[in-house]
Design a protein around this ligand. Sequence first.
Ligand SMILES: *[C@@H]1O[C@H](CO)[C@@H](O)[C@H](O)[C@H]1NC(C)=O
Ligand SMILES: *[C@@H]1O[C@H](CO)[C@@H](O)[C@H](O)[C@H]1NC(C)=O
Ligand SMILES: *[C@@H]1O[C@H](CO)[C@@H](O)[C@H](O)[C@H]1NC(C)=O
Ligand SMILES: *[C@@H]1O[C@H](CO)[C@@H](O)[C@H](O)[C@H]1NC(C)=O
Ligand SMILES: *[C@@H]1O[C@H](CO)[C@@H](O)[C@H](O)[C@H]1NC(C)=O
Ligand SMILES: *[C@@H]1O[C@H](CO)[C@@H](O)[C@H](O)[C@H]1NC(C)=O
Ligand SMILES: *[C@@H]1O[C@H](CO)[C@@H](O)[C@H](O)[C@H]1NC(C)=O
Ligand SMILES: *[C@@H]1O[C@H](CO)[C@@H](O)[C@H](O)[C@H]1NC(C)=O
Ligand SMILES: *[C@@H]1O[C@H](CO)[C@@H](O)[C@H](O)[C@H]1NC(C)=O
Ligand SMILES: *[C@@H]1O[C@H](CO)[C@@H](O)[C@H](O)[C@H]1NC(C)=O
Length: 867
Amino acid sequence: MAPWAHLALVTLFTPLLASPVSESESIINQKRAAEGYVSPPYYPTPPGGWVSDWSEAYEKARKVVSNMTLAEKVNLTTGTGFFMGPCVGQTGSAPRFGIPNICLQDSPVGIRNSDHNTAFPPGITVGATFNKDLMYERGVGLGEEARGKGVNVLLGPAVGPLGRKPCGGRIWEAFGADPSLQAFAGAETIKGMQSTGAIAAIKHFIGNEQEMFRMSSVVTKGYSSNIDDRTLHELYLWPFAEGVRAGVGSLMTAYNDVNSSACSQNSKLLNGILKDELGFQGFVMTDWLGHYTGVASALAGLDMAMPGDGAVPLFGDSYWGPEMSRSVLNGSVPVDRLNDMVTRIVATWYKFGQDKDYPLPNFSTNTQDKEGPLYPGALFSPSGVVNQFVDVTANHNATVRAVAREAITLLKNDMDILPLSRNDNLKVFGTDAGGNPDGLNSCTDMGCNKGVLTMGWGSGTARLPYLITPQEAIANVTNNVEFHITDSFPSDVTANSSDIALVFINADSGENYITVEGNPGDRTDAGLNAWHNGDDLVKAAAKKFSNVVVIIHTVGPILMEEWADLESVKAIVVAHLPGQEAGNSLTDVLFGDYSPSGHMPYTIPKSEDDYPESVGLINQPFGQIQDTFTEGLYVDYRHFMKANVTPRYPFGHGLSYTTFNFSQPSLSVVTPLDTAYPAARPTKSATPTYNTSIPAASEVAWSSTTFTRIWRYLYPYLDNPQSITASNKYPYPDGYSTEPHPVPRAGGGQGGNPALFETAFSVQVRVQNTGKRHGKAVAQLYVELPSSLGLDTPELQLRQFEKTKELAPGQSETLTLHLTRKDVSVWDVDVQDWKAPVHGQGIKIWVGNSVADLPVLCTVGGDCSAE
Ligand SMILES: *[C@@H]1O[C@H](CO)[C@@H](O)[C@H](O)[C@H]1NC(C)=O
Ligand SMILES: *[C@@H]1O[C@H](CO)[C@@H](O)[C@H](O)[C@H]1NC(C)=O
Ligand SMILES: *[C@@H]1O[C@H](CO)[C@@H](O)[C@H](O)[C@H]1NC(C)=O
Ligand SMILES: *[C@@H]1O[C@H](CO)[C@@H](O)[C@H](O)[C@H]1NC(C)=O
Ligand SMILES: *[C@@H]1O[C@H](CO)[C@@H](O)[C@H](O)[C@H]1NC(C)=O
Ligand SMILES: *[C@@H]1O[C@H](CO)[C@@H](O)[C@H](O)[C@H]1NC(C)=O
Ligand SMILES: *[C@@H]1O[C@H](CO)[C@@H](O)[C@H](O)[C@H]1NC(C)=O
Ligand SMILES: *[C@@H]1O[C@H](CO)[C@@H](O)[C@H](O)[C@H]1NC(C)=O
Ligand SMILES: *[C@@H]1O[C@H](CO)[C@@H](O)[C@H](O)[C@H]1NC(C)=O
Ligand SMILES: *[C@@H]1O[C@H](CO)[C@@H](O)[C@H](O)[C@H]1NC(C)=O
């Protein structure tokens, strides 16, 4: 594909990008906040380097940064521009120190816009496995592919959106509608990825729960997610905290505002919560073109501008780059802030060993051809070999198949119609069982819904190297099958009482820059209904056949009310979004080689009206949308329980071909909760110090360079920088200060105060396979906090889970589930710390198969019982 196809895509949203937001305006906007929702100032940025785990990397970085010129420093903070290199974004370089252009590339499911890569199952599928080992293994696969292609920073995992809005377009990129599920899956992914030397980028920070109007445009600013402090801490921030605790190297901000202050320049979020309270040691980058100001974003804690461009991309303008050089020379951005940005970036590069034998990019995100322009955005660019077609797939297909298989969630299985036998007479219906008739990867960024749905659409995708469709896999297993790869039920089909109809339906969504069948990312048009008249197809099959199995590929919640209770609908299987091994992972389960062991990572509702009104999509083209999270902690099952709404299938639900029994539960106190609040935080150790004088202007003079300038490429240089004089005249935001902020008591280590992460309790439970087939069980642990905390708290909250190994009939395994102090705490807004019931008094701990099926109960200070 020509790079111009991508450029066309950019022009498509360029009009939306001409952000009129000036720095002073952004301050006015803060004052225009929705009633009560303001983002307080938090300055200055706490420098990185005080966490012992990172001290070696920071020491290496300090040696280098102390010798860098202003041009070198600015280079590393700013992207070279949209389409100005092989990757979706790259910084400038510092060749004197062996630091290359740092390559940043999508996506959370694999190497986007590449070849000989794997298309892994997306986050929602990973969440449904409830299998931490597979979460890690997939992370390793992603990291190995990034490294093999020369990608320094792979842009994932996504742990936001959290799934607050069931119709939100990108909920499938993240791991499910629960903060702990997101946290475990995100942290395991990060650990796996970074074990290979690739740097993970946790995203999107934060409150990016719908696609429409997320970006600032000429007509309006991106929407404001107005989130109260407790809801932020207990829901949306939770998985980011665990990602930081896992040592994530970088973080991407969201396009939207929080409390009317853009995430890429919100000092409370970046300086305060992320870098001080959570102790984040890596670097913060913008989302692509989500950079809205120069000085203000630097002061607020941003470290890297991606892909570097200013309000209008591709014209060689940037809020940083040369303007950062100017801002340092004119005194508006303190030299220390720039040093901290660069130190964070260089330290992260050292931390993951990228100074040693890390490949340079050997692929191009811009073209599939071997040769092409090196800088397509330059219009006139030197050409060369851009794709070396390096095969990085190794044996990752086995991981893909295992993840997709273990995610498969059996919701209903009347009369044990599943598993199928190879002798059953099968009739298969639905285009979702087949391939894309236009060809594999024929829709850019998966921007269409044709054939089996393997992932949603947008930047969170990767090309399929191959695809095993359900049709191919079923045909490979049995000859007793007739395929009707159509979404309108054929009139001429004959039915035999012994026939089993397999009906494939799906529901798609994606990122806002592509509209598919009337859905601009979010499911505005489709709502929660199956696409392509899927309900009618199921009903028609159910009329004709007395045995119907419905197989669903979906991005998120989907309505089944029209047919779920029909007598002939015997089984319902949610296969989520399986990636390239769609067919094989499905037949593995359908034909009984494996029992299903996936569990729903969100609730299946009976109606869209089951949700609070505040989580509906907001479509308002003029004026900034104020999206206030009035439902607070009550999203997904937390809401269904509070509102006493019975869902179609509860969060965590998932059947097996066998049965399991939980027995012999026991609870041990590991670290007693002697006090309501954790022990005092440790103090910070020293961070690197540098010469704070404004450097010589000659360091960024164009006249100091000798290379040939590439048109529109972003450089750190200025004409005649000697004319710039330093002053302290900059209109700093209200509350700006260069005096270090008092340290937050909830901080003290990566993720927060280390005392929060001590194990408080552990629960053991014996899980026995009491049925007739092999299978894996998941023990889900939900915490019920006592009313003595004096706060309205969701009745049950998932805080831990473990999956058994495959158990033979009669076999058992004892699982141990750990709970930290934080797991049994609430965020105390007044004290600004996590508060637990003293001695755990009154805490109830439930363990079982779903939020609605919890046979095990342990009461802290009391007994355990199993039903
Ligand atoms: C947003 O405003 C709410 C309500 O005042 C406040 O509780 C919260 O801390 C604010 N969050 C941020 C990030 O500014
Ligand atoms: C940095 O400069 C110091 C002297 O200022 C020198 O001793 C040191 O070797 C330099 N380090 C590097 C990595 O260039
Ligand atoms: C800045 O980065 C560019 C490549 O993006 C490189 O050509 C240039 O030499 C770098 N400048 C310095 C001072 O290292
Ligand atoms: C310094 O330069 C930056 C970037 O051009 C600009 O935004 C800022 O207003 C300047 N500061 C002063 C005091 O002129
Ligand atoms: C591309 O990747 C291969 C294999 O990882 C590596 O050997 C090669 O050096 C890379 N290409 C470049 C230009 O670094
Ligand atoms: C993975 O791919 C290899 C090579 O193409 C193939 O031999 C193997 O069977 C595949 N594994 C799975 C689990 O599909
Ligand atoms: C077809 O099935 C056989 C036997 O189960 C298996 O070994 C083979 O890998 C399958 N082929 C494909 C393309 O999945
Ligand atoms: C129904 O299926 C059975 C078993 O395959 C077969 O013997 C019988 O002929 C079929 N009847 C019809 C009407 O197709
Ligand atoms: C499950 O475990 C309980 C408690 O140990 C026991 O009473 C019950 O008989 C078991 N049920 C089955 C089906 O094994
Ligand atoms: C600090 O930097 C300034 C400006 O480059 C320079 O003049 C001064 O000598 C430096 N001080 C030290 C102690 O290196």
